[in-house]
Design a protein. Structure first.
Length: 200
């Protein structure tokens, strides 16, 4: 906790004086982000850092493995779907970015089995992407890397099961993109067709 308090003090001393007008404007005018990022909860993959963005620029949804379930309005709790609804229908974001990453613990749990301590929620959550396991990686692709990329594809597919996302995409009002961030070397790859291409 001391480390977090010290971080806040540095924020107030160095960042706040330069950014206070931005925060004041955001407080008065509300948020109007153009982009939504769906990312993993992994502490090593911070979308705001990866995309070097400022407060108010990104509407961020984070959960284990950056997954989106299929559209299913019912009486259950749907935190990810609720955030999607708010971002797309209320904030009217123009871009949804699915940000997968290397060395994802959620994907590893799906492929190799969840740790004993993560059976209650992580294991059933990862079933959202279980159809990825129906295919096998090519011989020249590392297994977890392959499934990490497949999870991005499945999330993009599941986004299109939401009628108001599909309609906005078809109308040209919303764009969907998939990315993968490699924690080990800091590179970002964009999904183009059937493959990820490193962003230069």
């Amino acid at each position: 906790m001391d480390r977090l308090i010290e971080g806040y003090r540095r924020f107030r001393a160095s960042t706040w004086p330069k950014e206070c007008s931005r925060y004041e404007e955001l407080a008065k005018m509300g948020q109007k982000p153009r982009s939504m990022v769906i990312a993993c909860s992994d502490s090593r993959v911070d979308p705001q850092t990866v995309f070097d963005s400022s407060p108010g620029e990104l509407f961020i949804i984070r959960n284990v493995a950056g997954l989106v379930p299929q559209y299913k309005p019912d009486s259950s709790y749907h935190g990810t779907s609720a955030a999607l609804e708010f971002g797309v229908r209320v904030l009217k974001v123009k871009h949804i970015i699915v940000l997968g990453h290397a060395r994802c613990g959620g994907v590893q749990a799906m492929v190799e089995g969840s740790p004993a301590e993560a059976k209650e929620f992580v294991e059933p959550w990862m079933k959202i992407a279980k159809k990825a396991l129906h295919s096998q990686p090519p011989k020249n692709v590392e297994k977890l890397t392959y499934y990490e990329t497949e999870v991005v594809r499945i999330t993009l597919e599941n986004l299109l099961t939401f009628p108001w996302i599909r309609d906005a995409v078809m109308a040209g009002d919303l764009n969907l993109n998939g990315f993968r961030f490699d924690v080990s070397n800091g590179t970002l790859s964009l999904l183009e067709g059937d493959q990820f291409v490193v962003v230069e």
